[in-house]
Design a protein around this ligand. Sequence first.
Ligand SMILES: CC(C)(COP(=O)(O)OP(=O)(O)OC[C@H]1O[C@@H](n2cnc3c(N)ncnc32)[C@H](O)[C@@H]1OP(=O)(O)O)[C@@H](O)C(=O)NCCC(=O)NCCS
Length: 181
Amino acid sequence: MLKPPPPYTLREMRPSDINAVMAIEHVVFPTPWRASAYEYEITRNRLADYQVLLVGLGDRPRQLIGYAGTWLLADELHVSTIAVSRDWQGKGLGELLLLNMLTLAYDMPVTVATLEVRRGNLVAQALYSKYGFQVVGERRRYYEGKEDALIMTTAPLDAAYRVFLRERRGILFQRLQVELS
Ligand SMILES: CC(C)(COP(=O)(O)OP(=O)(O)OC[C@H]1O[C@@H](n2cnc3c(N)ncnc32)[C@H](O)[C@@H]1OP(=O)(O)O)[C@@H](O)C(=O)NCCC(=O)NCCS
């Protein structure tokens, strides 16, 4: 698990986080998951790993501002979701969540990371491309029978990719510190 610079922290998602997760989910996704899906993922799905991003500003209680999840599918790490609260987007925090999941992958028996993304979600695609994901296929009309999904996959999660992740982490942590100072 990454330890980002303060005031940010990352930790595993808990059932008590689900209300805050749903508040973000309903704003940022056109077809939000139900709370029960998150509950299943974090309490019963042994192949799932869900992490949340918190910010603690001044005396205020720490606030949940993002989350990401993965499934371990055979030798693949499948990114099932990633989201940042609208007010906190564009500050490198989606990148932090993705980088954290990819870093955690090195503790698992996985060889690549994959995901599906809406064809029209160019922001998310730009984030994934930055981390070496490439389009390897598509699922026609995957979302509500309307929008296509692109299937994106990383290069092998080998030693070279790990070095790349370390480099990205250095640059990102510096950015997170500068943007809040
Ligand atoms: C996709 C999402 C997680 C990105 O998080 P974010 O915190 O806004 O993005 P970051 O600030 O970390 O940006 C990381 C990279 O994403 C891309 N990106 C972010 N905002 C962008 C924008 N407005 N336009 C184009 N690319 C953008 C860039 O490649 C950026 O790297 P850069 O800062 O070096 O340019 C966030 O926008 C979100 O929650 N969207 C709604 C939910 C969603 O679509 N999830 C993905 C489902 S597949």
